[in-house]
Design a protein around this ligand. Structure first.
Ligand SMILES: Cc1cc2nc3c(=O)[nH]c(=O)nc-3n(C[C@H](O)[C@H](O)[C@H](O)COP(=O)(O)OP(=O)(O)OC[C@H]3O[C@@H](n4cnc5c(N)ncnc54)[C@H](O)[C@@H]3O)c2cc1C
Length: 354
């Protein structure tokens, strides 16, 4: 059994800790957060702020086929993970919808052209078919179903990963990692010597000198979201609005909450959500789901997506050190496959059967 130290208790860190801890390795995790629960102050793991859309087809609008392939591999892996956590309801796979208003048809066609060749292919829906699938939606002129796309509940999944690994993993909160290298991690004024260090600090991996594990070229891309309390809203699958200016989506999170996202702004500003973003997100959501007029605004949230200049995820594996970063807007979509590949490359494959 290996001694393992993980820097960062976000999406990748928790997935790794749960899998490696259950496989019987000695695992310690370090994170600056005050505890395992989300703080929603713009400074915690980006993973808590995410929508949790697992949309390999829809993301072809902004990503390449390799990212889509990681996504299609990850959806069944997520199913195994949530079953292993004893909470299969955290993952829902009902497909997702693309909607366009009449005035936006031309830009919608441009997006659909980029999705050409996707398998399974988008299916155009008539008004009646849309009303049957999602009676809560009104006002869109065109609709397409993206079969087999899925969604996951990020905060609930992150909290459960930590709780299920509470006994088998040593969790160190309020413990930022100051430096790391192969087999060595420095946190809280002490240095740990282990067999493997996993660096999953997201944007936190940028600080520090290169020899201490700092990545100068990593950047944060701001994303803002709105949580709405909408009792018995009736929406059952994620919906994206094809709009020339705003990439807006809404998705159900439980029977009484609708999650609306997300801006994508080249800024590392972690301050509260702007009026402009909240108005644009809510107006777009309301334009296809009029019942949201009476919803209550529960939370305006924001965070930074960790991205490399090329927007591709990056995994480095060398003896004693694994570093995964730059998951950008596709972390939930790709994480299980990336973790599977990294553990296989590190020769820690038995963890996959946790
Ligand atoms: C608004 C928004 C919506 C999104 N929606 C989706 C979506 O629908 N689908 C999808 O696939 N992806 C989505 N994402 C992207 C996804 O959330 C990220 O890609 C993912 O969280 C990255 O995972 P990570 O583990 O690398 O980083 P994070 O989840 O950010 O975790 C990094 C962890 O490292 C910790 N850390 C920082 N510094 C240090 C340090 N010095 N020492 C130790 N630990 C440290 C942090 O506290 C944090 O806990 C969204 C992101 C945002 C912001």
């Amino acid at each position: 059994m290996a001694r393992i130290a993980i820097a960062g208790a976000g999406l990748l860190g928790r997935l790794l800790a749960w899998q490696l801890g259950h496989a019987g390795h000695e695992v310690a995790v370090f994170d600056p957060a005050p505890g395992p629960e989300p703080t929603y102050d713009g400074h915690g793991a980006a993973a808590f702020s995410a929508a949790g859309m697992l949309s390999p087809t829809a993301e072809l609008d902004r990503a390449d086929a390799a990212i889509a392939a990681l996504g299609w591999r990850s959806i069944p892996l997520w199913r195994d993970i949530v079953e292993g956590l004893g909470a299969p309801g955290l993952l829902k796979q009902r497909g997702s919808l693309l909607l366009a208003h009449r005035a936006d048809r031309a830009s919608a066609q441009r997006v659909l052209a980029r999705l050409q060749g996707a398998r399974p292919a988008p299916q155009a829906l008539g008004a009646e078919a849309l009303a049957t699938l999602e009676p809560a939606l009104h006002g869109a002129a065109s609709a397409w179903l993206l079969p087999q796309e899925a969604q996951i509940d990020p905060p609930a999944t992150l909290c459960l990963l930590q709780r299920r690994a509470a006994a088998s993993v040593d969790w160190h909160w309020r413990s930022p990692v100051a430096a790391l290298s192969a087999g060595r991690l420095q946190a809280g004024g002490r240095t740990l010597h282990v067999d493997w260090v996993f660096d999953t600090r997201g944007l936190g991996a940028r600080s520090g000198k290169a020899e201490d594990g700092g990545f100068a070229t990593l950047r944060g891309v701001r994303g803002e979201t709105v949580w709405l309390q909408a009792p018995a809203h009736g929406l059952t699958r994620p919906v994206r609005l094809l709009h020339p200016r705003h990439a807006v989506y809404l998705l159900p999170r439980g029977a009484d909450r609708v999650f609306v996202g997300a801006s994508e702004i080249e800024s590392e500003d972690r301050s509260p959500v702007s009026l402009r973003s909240s108005v644009e997100l809510m107006a777009a959501a309301h334009s296809v789901m009029p019942a949201l007029a009476e919803a209550r605004i529960e939370r305006l949230d924001r965070n930074l997506r960790p991205a490399w200049p090329d927007h591709q995820p990056g995994t480095e594996v060398s003896e004693g050190l694994v570093r995964i970063n730059g998951l950008f807007r596709h972390g939930w979509l790709m994480a299980p496959a990336l973790v599977q590949d990294a553990l296989a490359r590190a020769g820690l494959k038995e963890a996959l059967h946790a």
